[in-house]
Each structure stands twice: as structure tokens, then as C-alpha cells.
Ligand binder design. Structure first.
Ligand SMILES: [Zn+2]
Length: 278
């Protein structure tokens, strides 16, 4: 059975969520959930939605829906809001408590969103939130930037596809790292292995290989820029293309330990990373 994930677009219907200059949180969250869902579906996940239109459901109803559907994971997307406009910016993820798969998922999603330009405000515990408390599966609520920050809205509007992709990548990488789904490279690169510029002559079928991904983009220009920057600092970065994505990765390692060493070097140099196995 494919891994199933329920995506929740925060608010809806008579509940607009946060509003700023006529912009309504419920519209941003719905557009983003649909875009993320499409990517996840294309990558073989079973995607369920609390809503795909502008309707109201209480957070409690949403949690019960996920429980009844038996979803394996629950992700709710929101936009943040501060009392005064343009005082805060950045992404933050909320979890019931800071443990397990949901914490990893929240951290990975935040880090992926940082590659698109958002500040990373980290992961916070919010045990009182109904969608985190009443869901029986691990759950994460992502605040995708502040709706009353003009800077965050610019990032949101100008990089919408990359934001959806970043969230999807954070989800997929976390599930892959935990062996909950097979890595998507078969599906995704099945017909495009020739496109990889990161030739790996030692690759022998069946043995796992690890690499450190520092970004994945729909826009190849972003990938080029990141690869160049990494190469200038002597990181052996390569860009590979597959499934409409440009991924920038550093190195190929036979063990997770070696990949983790490279990951630490990259993090020290200020890069956001995820280890990917293939
Ligand atoms: Zn909200």
C-alpha cells in the first residue's frame, strides 16, 4: 500500500485565517496544498486532502477526517501573522512535541524552504493545537512565511513553484531517510539517467549510495547559481536533472557516515542540506 499523507489547507470558507491588504490566508494555503499534493502524487504517494475548495471545516473535523482515512502522516499548511505588519518574517513549523518523525519532517521542510529564500525560524512545540493534538498519526503544521510581511509575500509569489517543491522534497526526503518510501529516483530518473552530470562509475546496482543534496529547483538558473557557488568553495557539486527538477548534490558516498561528514562541512559553510540515498 502506498504511503498516505493528508494535506490540510489551513482555514477555508467563512474562516479566512489571517488577512493582510485583502490577501487571505485561506487562499494561499489552498493554492500551495494543491501544488504540493500534485508533486507528491506524481512521486507515488497516496495524497488525501481535507479540502480542495473554499469550504469551512473545524480543525477538529479535519483531524477526525485524517484519523478515519487512516492517513500515515498529516501536514497542515498556514501563513503566519504578527500583530504589526512587516515586523517578522520567515517560516516556522509546529509539532505536538519535539520528537520522532514529525520533528525530522518539520526540520527538513524548514531547511528546504530556507533554500528558496525564507528565514528559518525553527520548530516549535504547540501541544494545544487541535490538528496536532487530535490526529493519531504524526503531524506537522507549517507556517509558510508571514502574510503581513511584504518581503515574505514577495518570496511566496515569485517562487511559488519552488516553495511547493521545497515542501514536497522535505516530505519525500524524510520518508526516504526513514525507509518509509522507496527513493523516487527509479520513477523519476528511470528514463533520464543520461542527464546526470554527476557520473558515478563505481555505482554498482543494489548497493546504497548516499549524497548530500543542497537544493532542488524547477528553475535551472537557481541550481546553476548554487552549484557554482559550491564549486568555488571546493565542494564537488553536481547538478542532475530529472522529473522536471534540477537537484544540486555534493559527493557520492558508500556509507551514511561519510555523507554525514560532508553534510557537517556544508552546514558549517552555511548550506541547508538533506542526505539522500539512492
Ligand atoms: Zn493559519
Amino acid at each position: 500500500m502506498p504511503y498516505s499523507i493528508m494535506l490540510d489547507a489551513g482555514h477555508g470558507g467563512r474562516d479566512p485565517g489571517a488577512v493582510y491588504n485583502g490577501r487571505q490566508e485561506k487562499d494561499d494555503t489552498l493554492a500551495l496544498v494543491l501544488a504540493v499534493g500534485e508533486i507528491l502524487q506524481n512521486r507515488g504517494l497516496d495524497v488525501l486532502y481535507t479540502r480542495t475548495t473554499d469550504v469551512y471545516e473545524s480543525p477538529y473535523q479535519k483531524a477526525m477526517e485524517a484519523n478515519e482515512a487512516g492517513a500515515d502522516f498529516f501536514i497542515s499548511l498556514h501563513r503566519n501573522s504578527s500583530p504589526e505588519a512587516n515586523t517578522y518574517s520567515g517560516v516556522e513549523s509546529l509539532v505536538y512535541d519535539k520528537s520522532g518523525l514529525k520533528l525530522q519532517m518539520a526540520e527538513n521542510i524548514n531547511e528546504q524552504l530556507e533554500t528558496v529564500g525564507f528565514a528559518n525560524l525553527g520548530v516549535k512545540e504547540r501541544p494545544g493545537l487541535v490538528v496536532l493534538r487530535r490526529t493519531r498519526m504524526p503531524a506537522v503544521l507549517v507556517e509558510v512565511g508571514f502574510i503581513n510581511s511584504d518581503a515574505d509575500n514577495r518570496i511566496f509569489d515569485n517562487n511559488f513553484d519552488d516553495i511547493a517543491l521545497a515542501i514536497a522534497e522535505g516530505i519525500l526526503n524524510t520518508l526516504q531517510m526513514n525507509g518509509l518510501i522507496e527513493n523516487g529516483t527509479d520513477q523519476e530518473n528511470g528514463t533520464n539517467q543520461e542527464n546526470s552530470t554527476g557520473n558515478n562509475p563505481e555505482h554498482s546496482e543494489g548497493l546504497p549510495q548516499y549524497t548530500v543534496q543542497t537544493g532542488a529547483f524547477r528553475n535551472g538558473a537557481y541550481a546553476d547559481r548554487l552549484q557554482k557557488e559550491l564549486l568555488e568553495q571546493d565542494f564537488p557539486a553536481v547538478t542532475s536533472q530529472g522529473g522536471g527538477l534540477y537537484r544540486v548534490t555534493v559527493g557520492t558516498f558508500p556509507t551514511l557516515d561519510e555523507a554525514a561528514t560532508m553534510e557537517r562541512r556544508l552546514k558549517r559553510a552555511g548550506y541547508q542540506t538533506v542526505i539522500v540515498s539512492s
